[in-house]
Design a protein around this ligand. Structure first.
Ligand code: FAD
Length: 419
């Protein structure tokens, strides 16, 4: 048996295509949208929507191998691996633009992880419509971020109308505005809101609800001004007596003490954490490539193969960063390979995110350090990449929280035993 390290053809094609998009369409606009926070890159959104439709997809959602059964048997599944590669390539162009890619994002991932076949059909089909469409997921509240079990948003069933009545406040919702507000150029999106149906049951009482864009009682109250990924909208959302059809609940409407509603959120993160890790690696690769380009322009070439003591400090730094980047990418590949092969990957998903968050933060900072004033100047994108990169170690579980998840998995502790 041999181990194959060469990328499968569909991955290489995606990399080639998205590199061109990154170079020709995204990078020239990167600085503009960094400096004009909350403007929406419509040309890019419309182009990517058409491009994804033309290639048979509606968003970056893992797909099974081809329909041909012979094909399915022969080829190993690479759906998640392909998505991770696409995300890495798009984030190499610009992390904020990656977040402006039309599609279901975390909102659709929650439905994939916790929805019934009927819910999947009802809510996911719209991403193939004529207009680009967005979805978002809202868990975080002012008193509940790392500790999601503290959420106070409440869903109560109105038995007369058979509707859920939801009250609460959500903050830091990526893509919340594009998913909920009505824009002429966009299709009707939705937000997936986590709430408790029984505050006395802790995590067992948590459920997610699909709330259609424009639902009355739901309001975007603020768009965050941020350090980085400024072209991605990050919304605060208030829900006052928002009415949601009974069937929009993801998971069971009753609380059984043996099941935890929170499992749906965790399953979502097992799928998406390696993808966040992949996005960070894209930014770090952009920074490292830029550094090598600038060094080469100044006559500095890294002399691979020399003993370490014969290298300059900068050569050692570059080689160390390349090692960090490759090892982080291999952890992503392991986590998505497990997802593709339907193996439980909670440990590997969190490990890949911890590693990538660390590596991405360190590399982008080091690149700014080595470039000196060129790194600090807004003439180049290195300082922007350093700002953008920081978020990959914050959202979908901070570095500290993912370290806790890893430790619990390895040591066999529950959430309440190790926190
Ligand atoms: C740009 C952006 C986009 C986001 N998008 C979304 C989104 O789409 N949907 C959504 O629901 N949320 C989103 N978030 C929220 C994000 O997931 C949370 O900010 C994050 O999980 C941290 O939670 P917190 O803000 O409450 O911080 P806190 O939990 O208060 O953490 C503060 C610090 O304390 C540390 N800490 C907390 N608990 C522990 C512990 N037990 N051990 C050690 N250290 C600990 C944390 O690691 C962190 O360093 C987004 C946030 C940002 C900034």
């Amino acid at each position: 048996m041999s181990i194959e390290f060469e990328s499968p053809k569909p991955l290489m094609q995606a990399q080639f295509m998205l590199k061109t998009v990154g170079e020709e369409m995204i990078r020239p606009k990167s600085r503009y949208f960094d400096e004009h926070e909350h403007e929406i890159p419509w040309d890019y959104i419309e182009f990517m929507h058409l491009a994804m439709k033309a290639s048979g997809g509606s968003s970056l959602v893992p797909r099974e191998n081809g329909n041909n059964s012979e094909d399915k048997e022969k080829r190993a599944p690479i759906g998640y691996q392909l998505v991770a590669t696409q995300i890495e390539s798009l984030a190499w162009g610009d992390l904020g633009f990656y977040h402006c890619l039309p599609g279901g994002a975390l909102g659709a991932a929650a439905i994939h992880a916790a929805g019934t076949p009927e819910q999947k059909e009802k809510f996911l089909a719209r991403f193939k419509d004529e207009k680009p469409t967005f979805a978002a997921m809202c868990i975080t509240e002012s008193g509940a971020g790392s500790d999601n079990s503290a959420i106070r948003t409440r869903a109560v069933l109105d038995e007369e109308t058979n509707e859920w009545v939801i009250n609460g406040e959500k903050i830091f919702v990526t893509g919340g505005d594009k998913s909920f507000s009505e824009y002429e150029k966009l299709g009707k999106g939705f937000i997936v809101v986590w709430a408790t149906i029984d505050p006395t049951s802790g995590r067992a009482g948590m459920r997610a609800f699909v709330i259609e864009g424009g639902t009355s009682g739901v309001r975007i109250v603020k768009l965050e001004h941020k350090l980085g990924i400024r072209c991605s909208d990050t919304a605060a959302i208030s829900l006052v007596d928002a009415r949601v059809p009974f069937e929009n609940i993801l998971g069971s409407p009753t609380v059984e003490k043996t099941t935890t509603g929170f499992k749906g959120a965790m399953a979502t993160f097992d799928a998406t954490r390696p993808l966040v890790a992949a996005s960070g690696i894209g930014v770090a690769r952009a920074a490292l490539e830029f550094l090598k380009e600038k060094l080469a322009e100044n006559g500095v070439q890294v002399r691979y193969g020399l003993p370490r003591q014969k290298l300059t400090a900068i050569e050692r730094d570059v080689i160390d960063m390349e090692i960090m980047l490759k090892s982080a990418w291999l952890m992503v590949i392991k986590a998505v390979w497990m997802a593709d092969n339907k193996k439980p990957n909670a440990l590997e998903a969190s490990m890949s995110k911890v590693k990538s968050g660390d590596v991405t933060t360190k590399i982008t900072q080091k690149v700014v350090e080595i470039l000196g004033p060129l790194g600090y100047s807004r003439e180049f994108l290195a300082e922007k990449w350093m700002r953008d990169a920081r978020i990959t170690d914050i959202y979908e579980g901070t570095g500290q929280i993912n370290r806790l998840v890893v430790a619990r998995q390895i040591l066999g502790y529950s959430g309440s035993e190790l926190r």
